[in-house]
Design a binder for this molecule. Structure first.
Ligand code: GLV
Ligand code: MN
Length: 218
């Protein structure tokens, strides 16, 4: 028997208001491409498109991940970002990539991406790749060249070079601007600073410990 229009309307409304299916990545693009006009004063989700008449072949190519990053930093690592801000042709396409170089003993410190799931492939070296679930379960594995990993959206993760040679990873995200919250920097290096008594309580340590960590990231 055919459903009445009223029942159809109700079931459609029910479907639309149900939490499933959810959108777990950037929305689908509305046109072939939308090269970001990063100078535009207009503020929307994503960036306005530059006029198609101004688009050239060069817009679709990016060499910002070609060269090794400088790992001469306190963490001994470098993350070069190939996101919409660096490569405007990614605008609205829902993806981006990073190049991660890590010196022997170096660490890409615990961080999370609020807007994307991450996957990565090891190109060179030997790494410990770890992630922590929202139930505080730690998952980790040693990886070498050709091996992949995945970090579900928002989960804290890291990569540590446990080999003798430098390590190289390329990572990919299902967002044109995944964002990165580096846990230590976020809590101890924010501006203005998170009140020390919040941190002493949160970490159950003395003020001297918080002051010491703040001095490293301030
Ligand atoms: C690695 O974790 C990255 O964010 O590129
Ligand atoms: Mn990451």
């Amino acid at each position: 028997m055919a459903k009445s229009p009223l029942i159809l309307l109700f079931s459609t409304l029910l479907l639309l208001s149900s939490p499933l299916p959810t959108l777990s990545s950037d929305p689908d693009p509305l046109q072939d491409f939308c090269i970001a006009d990063l100078q535009s004063p207009i503020s929307i989700t994503g960036f306005p498109c530059k006029p198609t008449s101004n688009v050239t072949s060069n817009d679709f190519f990016f060499d910002g991940l070609a060269k090794e990053g400088d790992t001469n930093s306190p963490f001994g690592s470098s993350v070069l970002q190939g996101n919409v801000l660096a490569f405007p042709a990614l605008n609205t396409l829902g993806l981006s990539m990073n190049r991660v170089d890590i010196a022997p003993g170096g660490l890409n410190p615990p961080h999370s991406h609020p807007r994307a799931t991450e996957t990565g492939v090891v190109i060179q070296g030997k790494l410990l790749v770890g992630l922590i679930s929202t139930s505080n379960v730690f998952y980790a594995k040693n990886l070498t060249a050709g091996e992949m990993f995945v970090i579900p959206r928002g989960l804290v993760h890291f990569q540590k070079n446990i080999g003798e040679e430098k390590a190289l990873i390329f990572t990919a995200f299902n967002s044109h601007l995944p964002g990165a919250v580096i846990v230590s920097l976020n809590l101890f290096g924010s501006r203005p600073s998170v009140p020390t008594d919040v941190l002493t309580k949160a970490f159950q340590v003395d003020q001297s410990v918080v002051d010491q960590i703040k001095s490293k990231f301030g």
